[in-house]
Design a protein around this ligand. Structure first.
Ligand SMILES: [Zn+2]
Length: 264
């Protein structure tokens, strides 16, 4: 069994025919998908998907790329939604497994860095209050992300999704209990630094993800990525590491299930 730890399954093309894309995923052995939300506008959509289809789980969060869409009440609303989900979870009626997607994105033109940092820190604090793991996004803001993380270390852990970076950066995250999300980047031979880093990290620090419909895997550039292509990431990970594909599949699935407290 494989778990896609990061797929925007409420986005196009999936929302047009989720049953079809789930069937493709199941055929490929991808039986569970964690869907991070980007803002208030899609919290309801991710919740409805998880209620409708077995094997789907979601996070609730405020993604820095969509900060223009977050209104002044966004954090207060997030707090009350998370409180409601955690209450339901105690009765096993919630598939909300994380706070996210949140983080820092200083690659955006005119990014309001202070605002991003305060919204991210607030979400880390909510994650700790509700004892949920965090799903993090980061572009061109690694030192700042690390600083905010050290001030608000997630007690239920988290994942740095779509990792591409150095061994030192990865170990700094792992030391804080953060897992490393491995996606389509490693399927490109030119991504040497990331491939070498991922090959050298402890296997139990890694989660598999597609970030579909983003981050197409090699050979499928120019078309929307899909959760069934998680197997391409798995194949490539097996090619660059010493363990067998079977072991990598077992360990990464278990790590993902444990982080998000998903029953397998
Ligand atoms: Zn994402």
């Amino acid at each position: 069994m494989l778990i896609d730890s990061h797929c925007h399954f409420d986005f196009e093309p999936f929302c047009d025919d989720p049953g079809y894309y789930l069937a493709l995923s199941h055929q490929a052995g991808v039986e569970k998908i964690v869907i991070p939300a980007v803002g208030q506008r899609n919290w309801q959509a991710v919740r409805e998907l998880a209620e409708r289809f077995p094997g789907l789980y979601f996070g609730l969060g405020l993604h820095p790329l969509f900060s223009a869409e977050h209104d002044a009440n966004a954090l207060a609303q997030l707090e009350s939604e998370l409180a409601a989900e955690v209450g339901l979870r105690e009765k096993k009626h919630s598939h909300c497994v994380a706070v996210g997607e949140c983080g820092l994105d200083f690659a955006i033109a005119d990014a309001d860095q202070d605002q991003q940092i305060s919204v991210f820190a607030a979400q880390l604090q909510l994650a700790n209050r509700f004892e949920l793991p965090v799903i993090m996004h980061c572009r061109k803001a690694f030192p700042e992300l690390l600083r905010v993380l050290r001030q608000n270390t997630p007690i239920a852990g988290g994942v740095y999704h779509g990792f591409s970076g150095s061994y030192q950066q990865a170990t700094q995250l792992i030391d804080l209990g953060i897992k490393i999300g491995v996606g389509g980047t490693i399927t490109y031979r030119r991504a040497n630094k990331t491939r070498n880093t991922i090959a050298a990290l402890p296997l139990d620090a890694l989660l598999l993800e597609t970030d579909a419909p983003d981050m197409p895997v090699a050979g499928f550039q120019g078309e929307p990525n899909r959760p069934d292509r998680l197997v391409n990431v798995l194949h490539e990970l097996a090619a660059i590491r010493t363990e067998s594909e079977q072991i990598i599949k077992q360990v990464t699935s278990l790590t993902t299930a444990e982080l998000f407290r998903i029953q397998v």
